[in-house]
Design a protein around this ligand. Structure first.
Ligand SMILES: Cc1ncc(COP(=O)(O)O)c(C=O)c1O
Length: 363
């Protein structure tokens, strides 16, 4: 009797297994898993999205953000706070904090991208474009090049027909590459690099850093011209249009070899009188997004010949005129960082003005 019972159970078990296998084979398992998503393993994109959303949901009181590639504590990403804010959730404002308006920072665009999170999110696989080259044997994306030409044509800020395009990681390295490309190959008469004061300090800094035999930084274009030194000397002129730090649309002074730095030649920053049509034009995505906002301050009181120091005493860090080879009576404030930075800057400026008003009243 026992023997028959074991035999029957064995046959029933085999039948159930066969039926279950057929059910799974015909996709019934998927339907069952779909009806119970909590037990379905996540796909790699879903897992990436889940991680991204979890870190974006960490609250940093609106004064910072946590990142998946940022600092981790107890296995969890932690808040990275904006300047002057601290604490685990960035809610603590340091009362006497100095505001750093030395340079801009695209973090002011964070709220925009958060509002456009769906349209702007990108998931990149670990194996995305691992090759050194594209399938058409180019080293630079032809698709990207097409879009850049289209962008310039829509904006109307550069003639791109018949021009070669070279990509860099930011424009700083392209400025340097352009100097190499245009400079004299004769080390006994190196090329002289010039820019009109006030000029973007990186031109000089990069030249000094690379310490080349083929070129040297010679300073202000206008003084060079008034000293009549152009004859028989090799000159490369930087034309920064619009200029950093004063926003002026500069033109070539000497009309020889030129490098047009158009970092800020975008309509959110300046009216575009017409497309630039020069031999060597450099644009950058870093300023296309609009963080080129600064203001150039002049201290008028006779004794305030170091305007940066005046502001620093009022707990504001600015960038002094001499950094741009101009006078220290001028200083530059970058207005664009986070909203918090901007509000703190206004607060410090208000404090500075009321201190000044009080001292006038007590005189
Ligand atoms: C006039 C000018 N040119 C070039 C650059 C460099 O920009 P990028 O971030 O593309 O290296 C800057 C950056 O401040 C700039 O002000």
């Amino acid at each position: 009797m026992k023997k028959y019972c074991y035999g029957t159970c064995f046959l029933i078990s085999i039948a159930i297994n066969i039926l279950f296998s057929i059910y799974l084979h015909l996709g019934g398992g998927d339907r069952w898993v779909d009806k119970n998503p909590e037990i379905r393993p996540l796909t790699w994109t879903e897992k990436a999205a889940e991680e991204a959303e979890a870190v974006a949901a960490i609250s940093c009181s609106g004064h910072g953000l946590a990142f998946l590639d940022g600092r981790i504590s107890d296995g969890q990403p932690v808040c990275e706070c904006y300047d002057c804010y601290g604490g685990t959730d960035c809610s603590e404002l340091s009362p006497g904090c100095t505001v750093d308006a030395d340079s801009g920072d695209p973090i002011f665009l964070e709220p925009f991208w958060m509002q456009n999170a769906v349209a702007s999110a990108v998931v990149i696989s670990g194996w995305h474009r691992m090759s050194y080259r594209y399938a058409d044997y180019t080293l630079m994306s032809t698709e990207l090049e097409t879009y850049i030409r289209k962008l310039h044509s829509i904006v109307g800020n550069a003639v791109t027909e018949g021009r070669y395009m070279v990509f860099g990681v930011g424009s700083s390295q392209l400025l340097s590459a352009a100097v190499y490309a245009l400079s004299s190959e004769n080390s006994s008469s190196p090329s002289n690099l010039l820019a009109s004061i006030p000029f973007y300090p990186m031109y000089k800094a990069q030249t000094v850093l690379f310490n080349s035999e083929n070129f040297q930084f010679e300073g202000d274009t206008n003084s060079w011209q008034s000293n009549n030194r152009t004859n028989n000397t090799d000159v490369i002129e930087f034309i920064t249009s619009p200029n950093n730090p004063d926003g002026e649309l500069k033109k070539s002074v000497l009309g020889g070899k030129t490098i047009y730095d158009h970092a800020y030649f975008w309509p959110h920053f300046t009216p575009i009188p017409g497309p630039s049509d020069n031999d060597l034009m450099i644009f950058t995505l870093s300023k296309l997004t609009g963080h080129a906002a600064y203001v150039w301050v002049k201290c008028e009181r006779e004794e305030d010949d170091d305007c940066g120091a005046v502001l620093e005493a009022g707990k504001i860090i600015s960038r002094s005129g001499s950094v741009f080879s101009s006078k220290d009576r001028y200083t530059r404030l970058s207005l664009i960082k986070s909203q918090d930075d901007f509000e703190l800057l206004l607060k410090r400026l208000t404090e500075l003005v009321s201190l000044e008003n009080n001292s006038i009243e007590t005189m």
